[in-house]
Design a protein around this ligand. Structure first.
Ligand code: A2R
Length: 310
């Protein structure tokens, strides 16, 4: 399949590009800035806020499939700059879908949302299916919820082939700081090199979150792209609520030097959502997908990647 990946230079994009090439798809890496490069594939500069450029890209490539990863992906930045986040995540995605639909109406598009769209609905502690109510609690989550709602409305009206994906927490080599797993791994790697004092300052470690290794996430994206599935929303998650304390304890058991853990009063805000876990029954039943990667090995791989970076 001729596949355009937007935001291909990002964390997930690099893993997805490799997988789609292995699966012998013809891949075009849509990158935000001409200075970015994804190796091994044709790169096209593609700012999703530039509709003229998007049209030209669609006309040049005529993709059969699009996996739309491009986003302002950080909750912290979304609080600092909500309008930019909504412009990029919501308006940019609508631009992309409309330009694609005009030039290549049969194209299949995967838009990437977030488990954060469910927000406070997770409070009940039950695995969230795609039918769960959405109660987003920050501008990032709202931008993704609006994106999903509007592109699926367009899909219904114009008979477009769109899947809106809600991945839960994912992690792996290449993920920048700002996410719990990469934050822990980066700190351990810096401590091992003697760059910072051997102390990790933490907040509430009792929460449980649903983690999937990035290679499993991109394999789900590939199956959703390739499969003959109906339009709609698909969760990607492990279904296993893992305590953050256990994750940190495991990482510290692999640290090459002793590391102290200190609870930081400023960071300690008990979470309103103690357990945030998803149900991936829909994608499992329809595609056979399930996470393959051993969780502890995945943590070690992430830590090793950080050891090479610092
Ligand atoms: O902002 P940059 O230059 O770092 O580029 C980011 C790119 N991006 C854009 N691409 C095209 N047009 C735009 N207006 C635009 N704004 C941002 O999207 C970056 O290279 C990429 C997103 O990559 P990451 O931030 O590394 O996200 P990650 O973890 O790969 O997540 C992929 C998707 C996103 O939709 C997340 O919201 C979702 O999975 O979790």
């Amino acid at each position: 399949m001729r596949v355009l990946i937007t935001g291909a230079e990002g964390f997930v994009g690099n893993h997805l590009t490799k997988l789609l090439l292995e699966k012998e798809h013809e891949v075009f890496a849509g990158v935000h800035k001409s200075t970015s490069k994804v190796s091994g594939v044709q790169n096209v500069t593609c700012d999703i806020l530039d509709r003229k450029r998007l049209k030209a890209v669609m006309q040049d490539i005529k993709p059969e499939g699009i996996i739309h990863l491009a986003a302002q992906s950080k909750v912290k930045v979304a609080w600092e700059n909500p309008s930019y986040t909504v412009m990029t995540n919501t308006v940019g995605s609508i631009n992309l879908v409309q330009e694609a639909a005009e030039v290549v109406p049969q194209v299949k598009v995967l838009t990437i949302g977030s488990s954060e769209e469910y927000g406070l609905a997770a409070k009940q502690g039950e695995p969230l299916s795609e039918e769960a109510v959405c109660l987003p609690q920050n501008p990032y989550s709202s931008s993704k919820l609006a994106l999903g709602q509007i592109v699926l409305q367009l899909a219904r009206r114009d008979r477009l082939n769109i899947i809106h994906v809600r991945p839960f927490n994912h992690f792996g080599p290449g993920q920048q700081e700002g996410y719990v797993m990469s934050d822990f791994a980066a700190q351990v790697a810096r401590i091992e090199k003697g760059l910072i004092e051997p102390v990790i300052r933490v907040g509430d470690l009792s929460t449980r979150r649903d983690f999937t290794f990035v290679c499993d996430v991109v394999s789900a994206y590939a199956l959703l792209l390739e499969g003959d599935l109906s339009c709609g929303i698909y969760n990607i998650c492990s279904g296993i609520p893992r305590e953050i304390k256990a994750v940190l304890d495991f990482m510290l058991s692999r640290a090459r030097v002793p590391v102290q853990v200190k609870v930081d009063a400023e960071r300690f805000r008990p979470s309103e959502v103690p357990v945030f876990v998803g149900s991936a029954e829909k994608i499992k039943n329809l595609t056979g997908w399930q996470p393959e990667q051993d969780f502890e090995e995945a943590i070690v791989e992430t830590l090793d990647w950080w050891r090479e970076q610092v």
